[in-house]
Write a protein that binds this ligand. Sequence first.
Ligand code: ZN
Length: 296
Amino acid sequence: MRDFSQDHRWLSINTATVRRSRGVELPLPRIIEACARRGIRAISPWRDQVAAAGLGPISRLVRTHGLELSGYCRGGMFPAVDAAGLAAARDDNRRALDEACELGAACLVLVVGGLPGALAGRAAHKDIALARSQVRDGIGQLLEEARRANMPLAIEPLHPMYAADRACVNTLEQALDLCDELDPSGAAAARAALGVAVDVYHVWWDPKLRQQIERAGRSRLHAFHVCDWLTPTTDLLNDRGMMGDGVIDIARIRSWVEAQGWAGYSEVEIFSTGNWWRRDHEEVLDTCIARHRSAV
Ligand code: ZN
């Protein structure tokens, strides 16, 4: 297992972590500059942040600073109520794929979606099996294009509390079942076309976690996201903790991932309306560096 205590060369910042500074939206170019000043070598930006600043300018800025992208957030949201909705999702995912390629991302992260309408508080139906079959079909279609573009797709299983509104893929086992079904040759590849993003926030509780990380192997491990699970958690979405402030044994999970040959970035991904987004982003980034050394 790599020693992170001496430096932060394997730290990546998911730019949602500092999307607000002192409660105010922080433009992506300023986030990039602040990361680069600290010798942070990788980021994982969100599409809305890239769109606000422009794909071209961000692409140039990333190259100017020699930054890597540990991932691109995000594609997915496949389920829909009708054919037009499914087609719109397909088109949007194609655009996400193009952007990921333009930015040179390591993978396109997929948050697959749940019941259509649920995110807006009005689920169109209760058929989660239907949603899951639409997810399977949607990933299958996107995978063809991802192969041509040589851009790995990373299914991110989300904690089951998001099954209705954000992702009906909720365990690593379920995600890997999809990988094996849609990309059977990937298991033997050096880098599978379809793999997973392991986010400790979503999967730390899973009794099968170690077993499923071993099943994923190096070929299907495309991203490793870290933050912490606070007790109590006061918001289902936006109360993620800084590494070391909660109950997740992050180092243990990292040891399992690295035992499979994972040697990529630990990507800090914190959504925190009540705490970290209220602070100055410079302080947040410095804290990420310190905790990357001490608690990851
Ligand atoms: Zn994540």
